[in-house]
Design a protein around this ligand. Structure first.
Ligand code: F6R
Length: 607
């Protein structure tokens, strides 16, 4: 996963940049590079593979200068070659970037028409030329960045250095994390505190939409609207990176906020954004030869699998049986040798899921696992691994692992659809494009945080809650209820909205909050009918929908949360974020141990 560092200092920066990049190695990468400015010369060195290659190159061809930027690249657009490695340069600047510029193709053709010549297949190069065009039109570097940023769509963190400006670094963040480090006559940029730990422990984390102008003696931060803003300056214990909460109160909060970034890395493993196709080479299973999927998992991972069932069946016309692993392993289900046994697990160690995997193996089935920990037992015992790239998840309540499981399952369903011939090349392009938009929508969903906190204040007063949804929002209702109960200890249940009248409706009175997850999709009208049944009995509705849903429903709600309108396939992934924030803030109001709720363990290795 890409890492960013930038230094405006007093010493030679190239070795310091490489040192900082080494501290970002844990994120994963396949090429690296640095650029410096020295007496008007902007120069760079880049190498494929591990940082030792860049180190050796710098020994042969050193770079001078006390200002520079460095990058580890985890390839998304274009192969991991030297040519595609960052920094990308034009005669006027050098840029590094983490994330995805969604409208890069549009921007590229516009810039090419204006005579800008591209050297690579990367989305990052469009940023380099876009800002260069603004400079060529006579703008100052700060103005050039200010005017270029609104043209970029997607989730990104960037840093730019300008030829002729040896006391200036500009950075911007919309999604992936970026921290500014404060030194004495020196300033730094880094993807996280660990990158900057040898230089400074005094940091500010940029917020989404922020951009920052750094000189050796000053830092100015602006928000999306261009207003100067102050961001909290804090002390970080950067060395303990895997157990560091950054500037967050809890790991769960940090992990919720990491989602745009980790989902984008997970997607990039399965989808080729440049070509708009899936990467068949990332999927070592021929779905055309499979007649059924027998899936099992536990808890949140099970709910991810349940959503996956909708996708596999709709997109690839591939039937999926899914069970909680603790039942599957004992129920002696007849299994066909042409089935793929599929397991979903963050830890890869959950006892029931592992036992189900071994049972299927004994039955002679091919085993595939969607796992987050690549070194886990499940990963080792599977024929095929479908990795989620969520990074270490510390909070016991799963958040980013869940949405990365969904991103993986959606990508696999599209892959299966292609292999089985149930989708056309146009469908594939459309679906890949829709999935590539998840990081941007996730970034927007996180902006609902204050509203979710306010709603949570009310929710923390209740003893029970119901969650309702239809279609892929049904398993999300189950997940919402699980999240709430496990960290706030409030009793909550999730139901398919259509099931309400078959029993749970007896629970509805004026004390019962009902959280209705209802994007304006093909199930919306039916869900509204169920909401009516709740309203008629005095239930308090918290509606999570989009602008079309909010306009179409005339019912009185206690709260209405409005997400952007988005393609149907990605709704369960994006709607998961407000659901997670609702549970998180309710638990914070309740004063529970959010990261380590009572009675729960992160990896359940007993039956
Ligand atoms: C709930 C949660 C658990 C896990 C379950 C399976 O927030 O995290 O329900 O999903 O224990 O764990 P893994 O995914 O490690 O198999």
């Amino acid at each position: 996963m890409c890492g960013i560092v930038g230094i405006i200092g007093r010493e030679q920066v190239a070795p310091l940049l490489v040192d900082a990049l080494k501290r970002l190695e844990y994120r994963g990468y396949d090429s690296a590079g640095v650029a410096t400015l020295n007496k008007g010369v902007l120069d760079r060195r880049r190498a494929e593979g591990k940082l030792v290659n860049l180190d050796n190159l710098l020994k042969e061809q050193p770079l001078s200068g006390t200002i520079g930027i460095g990058h580890t690249r985890w390839a998304t657009h274009g192969a991991p070659t030297v040519r595609n490695a960052h920094p990308h340069t034009t005669p006027r600047l050098a840029v590094i970037h983490n994330g995805i510029i969604e409208n890069f193709a549009e921007l590229r053709s516009m810039l090419e028409k204006d005579g800008y010549v591209f050297e690579t297949e990367t989305d990052t190069e469009t940023v380099a030329h876009l800002v260069t065009r603004a400079l060529d039109r006579g703008l100052s570097p700060v103005e050039a960045v200010r005017q270029s940023l609104p043209e970029l769509r997607g989730a990104f963190a960037i840093a730019i250095m300008f030829k002729g400006e040896e006391d200036l670094l500009i950075a911007a963040r919309n999604g992936p994390p970026l921290a500014v480090g404060y030194g004495d006559g020196e300033m730094y940029l880094g993807s996280d505190a660990i990158a900057l730990a040898p230089f400074t422990d005094t940091l500010s984390y940029l917020e989404d939409g922020d951009w920052a102008v750094l000189t050796r003696n000053s830092v100015a931060i602006y928000d999306e609207s261009g207003m100067a803003v102050k961001r909290r300056i804090e002390k970080s214990a950067g060395t303990a990176f895997l157990v560091s909460k950054g500037n967050r109160r809890h790991f769960m909060e940090k992990e919720i906020h990491e989602q745009p970034e980790v989902i984008s890395h997970t997607l990039a493993n399965y989808l080729d954004f440049s070509k708009g196709t899936i990467r068949t080479d990332a999927v070592p299973v021929d779905f055309a030869k499979i007649d059924r999927i027998a899936a099992s998992a536990c808890g949140t991972a099970y709910y991810a699998g349940l959503i996956g069932k909708y996708w596999f069946e709709q997109i690839a016309r591939l039937p999926v049986d899914i069970d909680v692993a603790s039942e599957f392993r004992y129920r002696e289900m007849p299994l066909s040798k042409d089935s793929l046994a599929l397991f979903v697990s963050q830890s890869g160690e959950t006892a029931d899921t592992l036992a189900s995997l071994r049972y299927c193996k004994q039955q002679g089935l091919k085993i595939g696992s969607v796992v987050n920990v690549k070194e886990s037992t499940m990963a080792r015992e599977s024929d095929s691994i479908f990795p989620t790239l969520a990074g270490p998840e510390v909070g016991v309540a799963s958040t980013k692992a869940f949405t990365c499981q969904l991103a993986t399952l959606a990508s696999l369903a599209v892959t299966a659809g292609k292999m089985r011939g149930t989708i056309s090349a146009d469908d594939e392009r459309r679906l890949v494009h829709e999935l590539s938009e998840i990081p941007r929508y996730a970034t927007q969903a996180l902006k609902l945080e204050q509203q979710m906190e306010a709603i949570s204040r009310d929710l923390s007063q209740v003893k029970h809650a119901l969650y309702l949804g239809r279609g892929t929002s049904f398993p999300l209702a189950l997940e919402g209820a699980l999240k709430l109960k496990e960290i706030s200890y409030i009793h909550a249940e999730g139901y398919a909205a259509g099931e309400l009248k078959h029993g749970p409706i007896a629970l509805i009175d004026e004390h019962m909050p009902v959280i209705v997850i209802a994007p304006y999709d093909r199930w919306f009208e039916k869900t509204v009918s169920n909401m009516q049944e709740v309203a008629a009995r005095g239930g308090k509705i918290i509606l999570i929908t989009d602008s079309r849903g909010a306009a179409a429903s005339t019912l009185k709600t206690m709260h209405t949360v409005i997400l952007p309108d988005m393609p149907e396939i990605i709704t369960p992934i994006i709607y998961a974020l407000p659901i997670q924030m609702l549970a998180y803030y309710t638990a914070v109001f309740m004063g529970t141990d959010v990261d380590q709720p009572r009675n729960l363990a992160k990896s359940v290795t007993v039956e």
